[in-house]
Every structure is written in C-alpha cells, then in structure tokens.
Ligand binder design. Structure first.
Ligand code: FAD
Ligand code: 2HG
Ligand code: ZN
Length: 473
C-alpha cells in the first residue's frame, strides 16, 4: 500500500489532505514569508494515531513537520519545498482532558487552542495566565514547542514555567507518558524541559499538564507616555517599587510604532491624543479590590511624573477602556504586516541594558541603511524587544531583502555584546537558523546536535529548523 493510503487507514481518509487547495493554508506562515510543499497534511485524532503515523513515516524515512495553529513568527511550522514531508496538524486533538481544582492543574490535548484553555480555567474558577496576540488560534502544543512568552511573563513566567507534565510521541512512534502533575520530582534529567522549546525537532507533543492560578479579582491598566526606553526603564523600577509582583505586564512601544498602529488598525484609538515619543502599557492584577490596586498604580505614576519620568498618563476607568488600551498593543503585528515586509528580530538583553541597546542598535542600523525605519516594541519588563525594521520609504521589497541580512547581523551583534539572546520567545525556526553558528558557542551547538541525534537519528522531525546543517558551521 502506498504511504497516503496507509496513513488514511490510520487517521481516516477525510483527515488526509492531498489536493492543493486543501493544503494551501498549512503551507505558508502567518507572516507570508515562507512557502512549502507537502506529500500530505495529516490530522490525527489521538495520541495513538500520532504514534502510528510517526512509526510508519520513520520506517519509510519520511520527514514530519508538526503544526499547531500555524502562527509561528519564525517559519517554524512551514515545510520546505521538496514536497516530501508530511505536515502533522494537531488541531483535531482539542480536548480538555481534566481539570483538578485541588492540585490547580489542567490536562489538555496538544491541539487545544490557547483561548479555550483560558476559558476552561475560568469556568473552573481558576486562571491560566499565558496570553498573546495569537491566543485565538495558537495551540498549547505550539506554545510548548516554542516555549511561548507573551504579555504576562513578568508575573507568571514563560510556557516552561507554566507546565508540569508532557505526553510526547518520539520520532520512531514510541509514546513517552510524562503526564505527571507533580510540583516536585528530582529523578534525573528534566526531559520535559528538553521538549519544551525544541520547536518540533525532538518529538511531537500530544498532551500536557498545565499549572492553574487563582483568578485575579482586580486589574488596573494604564497607558503612559514617556520620552524613550530609558524613561520607560526608570518607570519600571518606580512601578515595581509600589506594586511588587502585582506588576503583570509592562509593554513598550515607540512613537513610530504607535503611528503605524493608527495608520493600519481602524479600531485602535490612543487615549492621550497624538502619539508621544514612546509609551508603556502597564497592567497590575491582584486579589485586592480594584480601588486599592488603581490607587497603587496612580501613586506610582504621580511619583514618576514628579520625577519627570512620565510625560502623561491615562488610567483605564473600566474594563472597556482597559480593552481599548490593549487593542493598541495587540494591533502591532498586523499593522507591521500591512505596512510592508519587515526584517524581524526578537531579542532579549538584561533589562538594565535595554535603553542602551535601543540607542546603539538605532544608530548602527540607520548608519548602515539610511532611512530604515525601526519599529520597536515588546515586553520591556522581560528585557525582550521586537526590534522590527521596515524598509526606507520608496525602497522595494527585493532591494530591502538584500540589505536585511546585514542589518540582522548588526542587531544581533548589539544583542550579543550585552550577553543577550537572538530569540527571546519566537524561536529559531527557519528565520534565524543561519544565525545560530554566529550566535551560539560551538560547544552548545555540539551538545544540541548530539541530543538531536539521540532522539531523532535520521533527522526526520522538522528538518531545517532550529539546528543548522554541519555545512553551515
Ligand atoms: P505553530 O506555529 O503551528 O508551530 C510553532 C512551532 O512549534 C513549530 O516549530 C512547530 O513545528 C512546533 N509545533 C507545533 N505543535 C507542535 C506539537 N504538538 N508538538 C511538537 N511541535 C509542535 N509568541 C510569543 O511567544 N509571544 C507573543 O507575544 C506572541 N505574539 C504573537 C502575536 C501574533 C499576532 C502572532 C501571529 C504570533 C505571536 N507569537 C507570539 C508567536 C506564536 O503565536 C507563538 O509562538 C505560538 O506559541 C505558536 O503556537 P502555534 O500553535 O501557532 O504553533
Ligand atoms: C508580540 O509581542 C508578538 O506582539 C509579535 O510577540 C511580535 O510581530 C512581532 O514582531
Ligand atoms: Zn512578543
């Protein structure tokens, strides 16, 4: 029997897509930067289906590209153009398996959409804190494979810190049942943490045990105008001193970023009139009552204004206003896509070095490419900036594409100079794979390759992603 017929016998014929129209949405990425081809798109309905498909493909040396919501910002879920790969889309596996309100855990299939997990936690009187712009379509499996961050890392940590157990199918089809809900387990190497952030290169995640938290009863949100990243950094210290770990989000946007949002996102409104030089979106959350929390935020902002750190500020008066503030921040990625083809960077540096990084990177990229437009925003409280570069006005996509690798080197060199990382949360995927030999120590690459060889000796899982081939060293 041929491969497609055998896979259809496992998952059901209607869950195998071979015609071009049905395949199309799975073969390009959210940014529209990459295109690929596949032998089939396969939608398994259970862990056993995944195991059987992987065993079959391993025997025939067929590459597998795991895919969740396909919202990767690094081309991580798009196959290459060879047409040999099977794209394994996990979105049919979308059950919340169990909620344990005593242990504060939830066990889910990997294909559950993040927003559904948040809703299920809420329905159980609990809270699942991972939050990001793509939450209506990204999946828990993708969040795990990418070790997603988002806007609440400051308080709750990344996906790695929100996860207790995993179920994973290995490239040869064996199932590792690591679905434990233990808060403490010191029995050797942390396999769970190896799979988290492995970008689908070591195994296919099919289930997870997630941590739940108490529902925050109160929220206070402010949109604050500042002069630059340096003022934002001073404001971070000042708000933190007043609010401690109630500080949940601290999101930075430059004035150019705000202008771009106003240009492209029709329902976004700035609370303080014309775009300031830069702005910060701050959110506090707690079990306190709303008045007490708003009071804390207000005092911190008054103090900062007296110290000339803040230019102006608006505190949301109700849920609708808070949502409107967040709409501004959530519109950035879409606004960027509408403006043009940006060179995207997702760097992290020590928080204290962030203003210095922005100043140095801005100076270096504009010297190298006069007129280039840095659109800088991100999770400043985590030391993570999305340092996007738009082409100079009038320069075509092809001409800018030729400049982009040099600009990326500049941005990444400024990052490394500060002992930072070239990917804080979006992962390496195919976008940054050529940067790995420049930015990772040889010993790190050697260890990563050894691990890859151990889990996936034939290199069948998500080839071309994360790890450069030996020739690219
Ligand atoms: P996919 O895009 O389908 O896949 C991502 C990677 O995971 C690929 O390498 C894929 O092969 C692998 N993978 C997927 N499922 C599995 C599985 N079950 N087992 C093994 N490997 C798997 N990211 C952030 O961290 N923070 C943000 O704030 C953020 N904001 C975003 C905003 C927008 C508008 C968009 C479009 C994206 C954003 N992202 C953000 C990036 C992206 O949404 C996240 O990385 C998300 O975690 C990806 O989930 P997904 O299900 O879409 O995964
Ligand atoms: C965000 O923080 C996402 O909004 C997307 O991580 C960033 O589009 C980007 O560069
Ligand atoms: Zn982000």
């Amino acid at each position: 029997m041929d491969l497609i017929a055998r896979i259809a016998a496992i998952v059901g014929e209607k869950h195998v897509f071979v015609d071009a129209e049905a395949q199309a949405p799975f073969l390009t990425d959210w940014l529209g930067k990459y295109r690929g081809a596949a032998a089939a798109i396969v939608r398994p309905g259970s862990t056993e289906d995944v195991a059987a498909v992987l065993a079959l493909c391993a025997a025939r040396k067929i590459p597998i590209v795991p895919q969740g919501g396909n919202t990767s910002m690094s081309g991580g879920a798009t196959p290459d153009m060879s047409g040999r790969a099977v794209v394994l889309s996990l979105t049919r596996m979308n059950r919340v398996r169990a909620v344990d309100p005593v242990g504060n855990t939830m066990t889910v299939d990997a294909g559950v959409v993040l927003a559904k997990v948040q809703e299920a936690a809420k329905a159980a009187g609990r809270f699942f804190p991972l939050s990001l712009g793509a939450e209506g379509s990204c999946t828990i499996g993708g969040n795990l494979a990418a070790n997603a961050g988002g806007v609440a890392v400051l308080r709750y940590g990344t996906m790695r810190e929100l996860t207790l157990g995993l179920e994973v199918v290995l490239p040869d089809g064996r199932i590792w049942d690591g679905l434990t809900a233990l808060r403490k387990d010191n029995t050797g190497y942390a396999l769970r943490d190896l799979f988290i952030g492995s970008e689908g290169t070591l195994g296919v995640i099919t289930g997870a045990v997630l941590k739940l938290f108490p529902q925050p009863m109160a929220r206070a949100t402010a949109f604050v105008a500042v002069n630059d990243a340096s003022a934002a950094l001073a404001l971070l210290s000042s708000v933190r001193a007043r609010s401690g770990d109630r500080l949940t989000a601290f999101e930075f946007m430059t004035g150019d970023c705000l202008s771009l949002i106003l240009k492209h996102i029709s329902d976004a409104r700035l609370p303080l009139g014309a775009p300031p030089p830069a702005a910060v979106l701050i959110e506090l959350s707690d079990a306190d009552d709303e008045l007490e929390l708003t009071g804390r935020l207000e005092s911190a902002l008054v103090e900062a204004a007296e110290a000339d750190i803040v230019l102006d500020a608006a505190i949301a008066q109700d849920g609708a206003q808070s949502k409107a503030f967040w709409r501004i921040r959530e519109g950035v990625s879409q606004a960027l896509v509408r403006e043009g083809k940006a060179a995207k960077h997702d760097v992290s540096v020590p928080v204290a070095a962030i203003a210095d990084f922005v100043a140095a990177a801005d100076a270096a990229v504009t010297a190298a490419a006069p007129g280039v437009r840095p659109i800088v925003f991100g999770h400043l409280g985590d030391g993570n900036l999305h340092y996007n570069l738009l082409p100079p006005v009038g320069l075509g996509d092809t001409e800018f594409a030729a400049l982009a690798p040099g600009l990326t080197h500049i941005v990444h060199d400024e990052t490394r100079r500060r002992r930072g990382s070239i990917s804080a949360e979006h992962g390496i995927g195919q976008l940054r794979v050529s940067e790995m030999p420049r930015c990772k120590a040889p010993i790190e690459l050697e260890l990563m390759r050894s691990l890859k060889g151990l889990f996936d000796p034939d290199g069948l899982l998500n080839p071309g992603k994360l790890l450069p081939g030996p020739a690219e060293n």
